[in-house]
Write a protein that binds this ligand. Structure first.
Ligand SMILES: *[C@@H]1O[C@H](CO)[C@@H](O)[C@H](O)[C@H]1NC(C)=O
Ligand SMILES: *[C@@H]1O[C@H](CO)[C@@H](O)[C@H](O)[C@H]1NC(C)=O
Length: 352
């Protein structure tokens, strides 16, 4: 019996020793990186060392499943510390909260932000051809610094996107000094070129601005200048505020109400034209694979599967949304969709 106890004690001793060695190694790693004059005095906790990535997405009534699929794709493809700012109108916020809290998305970090459409009063010209583009939430991107206070660098995404890459990469997009934002150029990718040609889409300023108007001609911007798509934005809030970008955008909305300056929403949005004017010649570019777009342009035009696999972000801009029918490549979208626990939002599929 005496022998038995001492063997047990030896085993216990060895176990304690092993734990001590493991602990020592763990603790020892930290000082080796902190052993630097500059970082000695601030020892951030691990979760604070990792920069928070703010991602702004709108959740609009009637298409809230879009925001849910986008968020779920981002969250599933990254280890980064993402904070979602989900922007809605007053009456939509409880719905999106319920959806998140009752699904696997309950693990995400998010804030809901209410957008007051009164800020747009008198700044939007009614457009009968595509009233959906006048959705107040389309203009949320103009007001980023008013919605987000804590962060300097921010990502804004349209709701009709799916992210297949690690969002950290998009966040790491470099903005040149003096640039308040980065966008994807509409002339960037050969595959996009083909798509643009095949569906007869505009990819220049001419598609967005009415060059018959003197006010537009006075801008001195060549009509053949390549446009950019503001559905994916990496923005610097310090620079945005410094250049008073929001005020400038509002001015160009206002002038459109007075003078009808923009072409009839050909390129996909009243929200685009003022941005093309305000950011002309002063924006940085986003890696084209981080904004593969026009998937919603036509129910027939398709990209090659190979190309889509390489894409980091897919954007169904255009009328043919992947939750609706007809639409293309909607399987890629459906992978990330999470059904609405309240049953209010439903995908439209043939025979459903
Ligand atoms: C100490 O930190 C500074 C600034 O972060 C860095 O440039 C330098 O290389 C570090 N030195 C060592 C020895 O790690
Ligand atoms: C944002 O802009 C400010 C002012 O130009 C600049 O000092 C800062 O480095 C920029 N930050 C990023 C992340 O680009």
């Amino acid at each position: 019996v005496v022998l038995f106890i001492s063997v047990n004690q030896i085993l216990l001793f060895l176990l304690v020793l092993t734990i001590c060695v493991i602990l020592y190694n763990k603790v020892h790693k930290v000082p080796s990186t902190l052993n630097n004059e500059t970082s000695k005095y601030s020892e951030p906790r691990p979760e604070e060392m990792e920069e928070e990535i703010p991602v702004v997405i709108c959740a609009a009534a009637g298409r809230m499943g879009a925001a849910v699929a986008a968020i779920s794709s981002i969250y599933s493809n990254t280890d980064a510390n993402v904070l979602f700012y989900i922007v809605g109108l007053k009456n939509t916020i409880p719905h999106i909260r319920k959806w998140i809290e009752n699904s696997k998305l309950k693990e995400i970090k998010y804030k809901t932000v209410e957008f007051n459409p009164m800020v747009l009063k008198g700044k939007i010209r009614p457009d009968a051809s595509r009233p959906e583009l006048l959705q107040p939430l389309n203009f949320v991107r103009y007001y980023l610094p008013l919605l987000i206070h804590k962060h300097e660098k921010v990502i804004y995404l349209d709701d009709d996107v799916i992210v297949q890459g690690d969002i950290q990469e998009l966040y790491d997009t470099k903005l040149a000094p003096g640039h308040a934002a980065a966008f994807s150029d509409d002339c960037d990718l050969p595959s996009t070129h083909e798509m643009v040609r095949s569906v007869g889409m505009q990819n220049t300023y001419m598609g967005y601005l009415d060059y018959r108007k003197q006010t537009i001609r006075d801008l001195g911007i060549s009509p053949s200048t390549c446009s950019f798509n503001p559905g994916v934005i990496v923005a610097n809030m310090t620079e945005w505020k410094h250049q008073r970008i929001t005020k400038q955008l509002e001015k160009w909305m206002q002038r459109n109400v007075e003078e009808n300056l923009y072409s009839s929403t050909l390129g996909g949005g009243v929200a685009t034209s003022p941005m093309l004017i305000v950011f002309h010649g002063k924006y940085s570019t986003i890696n084209p694979l981080w904004h593969v777009r026009h998937l919603g342009w036509s129910p027939d035009a398709r990209y090659s599967e190979h190309f889509l696999q390489e894409a980091k972000l897919l954007h169904w801009n255009g009328r043919y949304k992947p939750w609706d029918y007809p639409s293309v490549h909607n399987d890629l979208w459906e992978n990330w969709f999470i059904p609405d626990p309240s049953g209010k939002f439903k995908m439209i599929r043939p025979n459903s």
